[in-house]
Design a binder for this molecule. Sequence first.
Ligand SMILES: *Cc1c(COP(=O)(O)O)cnc(C)c1O
Length: 368
Amino acid sequence: MRAAGAGEGSGPKPRAAVAAIDPYVPGAVPPAVERALKLASNENPFGPSPLAVAAARAVLEGVNRYPEAGAPTLRAKLAARLRVAPDQILVGAGSDETLHLLANAYLEPGRHAVMADPAYGIHRISARAAGAAVTLVPCADGVHDLPAMAAAARAAGAPGVVYVANPHNPTGTVVAADGLAALLDGMPPDWLVVVDEAYVEFVEPAQRFTALDLLDRHPGLVVTRTFSKAYGLAGMRVGYAVASSEVLEPVGRIRPPFNVSTPTLAAAAAALDDEAHLARTVRDTLASRDALCAALARLGLRFLPTQANFVLVEDRDGWPAALAADAIAVRPGANLGVPGWTRISLPRPEDVERLVEVIAWALEVARS
Ligand SMILES: *Cc1c(COP(=O)(O)O)cnc(C)c1O
């Protein structure tokens, strides 16, 4: 056995900013039983596109070679779709990596980060790791308070980054287009505005807009997207950021040159072409969302109005424990900055009924 350590007080110490970070607590993996449902990490329960799987498989024999540095093929494909230039796209191992890279390039001690409370975990961790002072601006009824966030940025008196997840995680709520435009208009010019659109595909048409449409007017705007949710490629690790080439150029300097693997790049490109798979995923996710929210309302449980593939529900009468006992893994709000609430990722429509039955049963038992 190697020594476990020379004890308190000696040995290497992380930077103070890193030591102060609350560790990220991943979603629980349910027990390995057939009826298990994993509803803890906002994954796509329908599986990846078969085209993406085939594309990844087809390049495996060539993985003795490094992947394309900087993902030029995927960037070209994304650029054509999003109507931006290829050098306006940064591809990462998940959008989480692009968030870490952005924080490393634009934050340091003395600079500020402003985000919602509750915040998406990686926004908070990446900003803290870079040494920035983090201001958490409480959500109002679960929705970003954009005027207060802009005011916090202006009050900081130093450069920084403001984060808006739209839809937000863990609340599932969206901001309005005019509210976001006003935030952008009210930001100090030396600030970056990161709009994280990880769940944008799930927003109903009446509320859907993308901050990509505002890129031309706001040089500090960055939009992040992912293949992990609607595209069903969470395990492949690929996402991207879109911004001006001037904003992304310094970020590219610190990006590991081969940050995204060859199979992953192939899968992402193929997934973009499988529009039918994406459409089915969105349709079925929305069917689950409507059914689950209607049932929660019937049961009298409080939940936030969600436009994402999950819903944040108040804890009451031990229903989260009843789910755990039935091998249904959900995410405790205590791990997400919202104690007293639980986040349920949406299952397939055919699994909603069982989910609702277990919750209803727990409420019933508590009443009797
Ligand atoms: C899931 C999620 C992401 C995506 O993370 P990946 O690293 O792309 O898997 C980004 N932002 C938010 C708000 C998320 O919930």
